[in-house]
Design a protein around this ligand. Structure first.
Ligand code: 5GP
Ligand code: ZN
Length: 120
């Protein structure tokens, strides 16, 4: 999709550090890493949020799962562990409107979510 930064990365129009790819998915290093391993796993198909996946996207989902394992293996975090995050929409804190999974590891990533908003 024109104007989408991740589509441009996938097309090779913007440089990135690609760590793994197949016919459905590209995995590249986050430009502003939050951990020693911070890789974005991105479907080649332009979808905005996780809710946009549909029944025909099974092969993409499989590639996402394979990518997670292969990236974790390549960065040596398969045994030490890692966290997967998908931010969706405004409340999810999504900044790039092309669905992507963050794979974070290489240090203890800490609590799942910061309890910053009072519950009620
Ligand atoms: P979001 O908040 O949408 O879940 O995450 C977007 C991520 O994309 C951020 O962690 C940000 O650092 C990363 N990012 C934004 N622009 C670029 C870019 O041009 N190249 C790379 N490699 N990562 C980017
Ligand atoms: Zn896109």
């Amino acid at each position: 999709m024109s104007g989408c930064i991740f589509c441009k990365i996938i097309a090779g129009e913007i440089p990135s550090k690609i760590v793994w790819q197949d016919e459905n998915v590209v995995a590249f290093r986050d430009i502003s890493p939050l951990a020693p391993t911070h890789v974005l796993i991105v479907p080649r198909k332009h979808l905005v949020t996780f809710s946009d996946f549909s029944a025909g996207d099974g092969p993409i989902m499989t590639s996402l799962a394979v990518a997670v394992r292969e990236v974790a293996k390549l960065d040596g975090v398969l045994e030490s562990g890692y966290r997967l995050i998908v931010n969706n929409g405004p409340d999810g804190g999504q900044e790039v409107m092309h669905v992507h999974m963050h794979l974070l590891g290489g240090r203890n990533i800490g609590p799942m979510i910061k309890r910053s908003v009072p519950e009620g």
